[in-house]
Design a protein around this ligand. Structure first.
Ligand code: SAH
Length: 257
């Protein structure tokens, strides 16, 4: 018995045991006892997680995959959550306990997965796994790079991001149209921002909505004082600012009256 791949669920099953093991091994297992795998499918990655000294939970939206997992991994059965990761309130399972997230993620919802991670960052010390290569690169890229954007700044404000390795399309069934990339995010020791969180998110998103424009133009809706806008930083474009500069910018905007 195997699961028939469903396109609308972003199902591309990994065929390569070595790569599955290598992804499972990206977890440091430092600072948490529980791991949540998103989208286990037929469990190619799950079986290597189950060998580790950690308690593995999986969340899977596809009932056919869930049936497969239940019959193949009897010990896992009580920790299979048959839900949509994006909609499910994980507090119901983990309360306030920390847990790591791992997966060969469904690529059709990559960005939403990262945003949910950021919302739950207080509970998630580590996050690793596979995305479409461009998305993994974007999350890890630094200022000055063409792919540096909202996902890069917001993620790196809280996590150290490392692009680990590239995976070719040929090791999936069915093969996706793009290459894949594995990354690891480790939450910073001090991940509280010295500025207002909500304002920081708003500044970053607004600035990158018009990435070719200077901040003086793209941040017009904030009605900033001429005094603040005279600051040299406002002559820059968003892709030129590192995370720390976005934080300082938010602090200045907070003070501006
Ligand atoms: N990890 C498996 C499957 C990867 S394909 C492997 O490497 O072979 C992506 C998986 O994510 C599929 O099993 C799909 O059913 C599941 N999935 C898609 N959307 C989901 C969602 N919103 N919540 C949980 N699982 C989801």
């Amino acid at each position: 018995m195997t699961v028939k791949a469903k396109k609308h669920l972003g199902q591309h099953f990994l065929n390569d045991e070595n790569i599955a093991k290598k992804i499972a091994d990206t977890l440091s297992l430092n600072g948490y006892k529980k791991v949540l795998e998103i989208g286990p499918g037929m469990g190619v990655l799950t079986k290597y997680l189950l060998e580790k000294d950690t308690v593995t939970y999986v969340i899977e939206i596809d009932s056919e995959s869930v049936d497969y997992l239940k019959s193949s991994y009897l010990n896992l059965a009580p920790r299979i959550i048959e839900k949509d990761f994006l909609k499910y309130d994980l507090k119901a399972v983990f309360n306030d306990e920390p847990f790591a997230i791992i997966g060969n993620f469904p690529y059709n919802i990559s960005t939403q997965i990262v945003f949910k991670l950021l919302e739950m960052r207080n509970q998630i010390p580590e996050f690793s796994g596979m995305f479409q290569k461009e998305v993994a690169q974007r999350i890890c890229s630094k200022e000055g790079s063409k792919v540096y954007g909202i996902l890069s700044v917001l993620t790196q404000a809280f996590y150290d991001a490392e692009y680990l390795f590239t995976v070719p399309a040929s090791v999936f069934n069915p093969p996706p149209k793009v290459e894949s990339g594995v990354l690891r995010l480790i939450r910073k020791q001090d991940y509280t921002l010295p500025c207002d969180d909500a304002l920081f998110f708003k500044v970053v998103k607004t600035a990158f909505q018009q990435r070719r424009k200077t901040l003086r133009n793209s941040l017009k809706t904030f009605n900033l004082s001429d005094n603040l806008k005279a600051n040299a930083i406002f002559g820059k474009r968003p892709e030129q600012l590192c995370v720390q500069e976005f934080i300082e910018l938010t602090q200045e905007i907070e003070k501006d009256v």
